[in-house]
Design a protein around this ligand. Sequence first.
Ligand SMILES: NC(=O)c1ccc[n+]([C@@H]2O[C@H](COP(=O)([O-])OP(=O)(O)OC[C@H]3O[C@@H](n4cnc5c(N)ncnc54)[C@H](O)[C@@H]3O)[C@@H](O)[C@H]2O)c1
Length: 482
Amino acid sequence: ILFYFILFPQQIQLTEQKQEFNKRHTKTRRRSLSRSISQSSTESFSSAYSDSSEDESSPKDKLQKTSKGLSDFCIKNIKYASHGRREIEIAEQEMPALMVLRKRAGGEKPLAGAKVVGCTHITAQTAVLIETLCALGAQCRWAACNIFSTQNSVAAALAEAGISVFAWRGESEEDFWWCIDRCVSAQTWQPNMILDDGGDLTHWIHKKYSTMFLKIKGIVEESVTGVYRLYQLSKAGRLCVPAMNVNDSVTKQKFDNLYCCKESILDGLKRTTDVMFGGKQVVVCGYGEVGKGCCAALKALGAIVYVTEVDPICALQASMDGFRVIKLSEIVRQVDMVITCTGNKNVVVREHLDRMKNGCIICNMGHSNTEIDLAGLRAADLKWEHVRPQVDHIVWPDGKRIVLLAEGRLLNLSCSTVPSFVLSITATTQVFYYFCLLMFADEYVASLHLSTFEAHLTELTDEQAKYLGIGKHGPFKPNYYR
Ligand SMILES: NC(=O)c1ccc[n+]([C@@H]2O[C@H](COP(=O)([O-])OP(=O)(O)OC[C@H]3O[C@@H](n4cnc5c(N)ncnc54)[C@H](O)[C@@H]3O)[C@@H](O)[C@H]2O)c1
């Protein structure tokens, strides 16, 4: 495994020696990393979930045991385990490739010896990922990367299955770091791999347990933000183990960002606003993968869609896909909805909102909660009314109301379900990254999902393969293909 981590080309370069890392790990850097990372502890995406009838006591105050006597976990309530198991079984049906990997491994344990400490959303879908790693021989300990997205019943099912999980829905910021710490600092167990979503776990190990990097062989990072931080660490010469960038894998970009958003944008809008889409005028800011998915879904339901873009290539794509590319300031007066998908900050600002019509809906599908300038909307002359979960009205002095969804955070994370099948593709890629990181991995992951659609691939003839200069069975695209 280490061999692959070191060899493959898309890995972020991290050849610094561990001693070098320890030497350079200055307090100043730690502080700045800590600040930027803690801002993101509630971002990233997964299916929204809410467990009802929770008791109010903190899980930290309870001593719980599984039916087999395990107590090395901290979750809301172990008695939810059987419900969580059913959730996981339903997700398994929509995550065929991971199940195929388990079967293909047979009794073999290709990940034997891997001790994975993970920090991701804890949902039925990630449970399928975690249990696949275990089925392939890895030992896992897990914490949540998001204080809101944990499915308590799923966490209970994982604990009951013998996995040490430290997470519950609605953790405080302090609980969040406590859970990560408990996950990392087991007395008789030391991780040799990290699977992170957002970079918080990696940051914590750097900050508190830097000597662990002597044993850690690599990091698999899923999110844009986490990858950005790894690049920063690498640039500063402080990244001392190989890191895998799942976010830039073809399978994540092409499927997760595009199809996941295409499938969940309408659901998020419907659940929060009951809005009808036909004939509505919508502006989508950003025509990258996420923007393309949102535009396609809205157009299919008869909405009139406008696009804003800074990049002429994406603007041209939008134009040729039939969308009018326009500046937000030119269209903002007449639209019924504004959806941000840029990964940028302050794309929608007070000035735009001042000009929107009464009842205009604004929401974000892009990065964290930075795309809509919320600070500007907290001005003294505007009133905020919390109308229902994930829906706030911002009221202007003349009575105009703008509808803000999910407090400007990712709408589909907060208010809708994310399709397991799409998550399966990224999750399978994550498992694969423990073995290798080639175009072949992406193609293999895609091929494992094709049988669901009874799709039959055409095979290249020897002559055709020779003509194209590629192998008959792939890789079909170069590593830089996106
Ligand atoms: N909601 C989800 O489920 C989900 C899923 C995947 C990714 N994301 C997030 O969505 C964001 C976008 O992801 P992507 O894959 O589409 O990225 P991308 O880079 O492909 O697309 C972003 C687009 O926004 C454009 N842009 C940047 N600033 C702009 C501005 N001020 N006005 C108009 N356009 C602007 C860029 O030119 C680019 O084309 C990222 O932050 C990513 O983390 C969300």
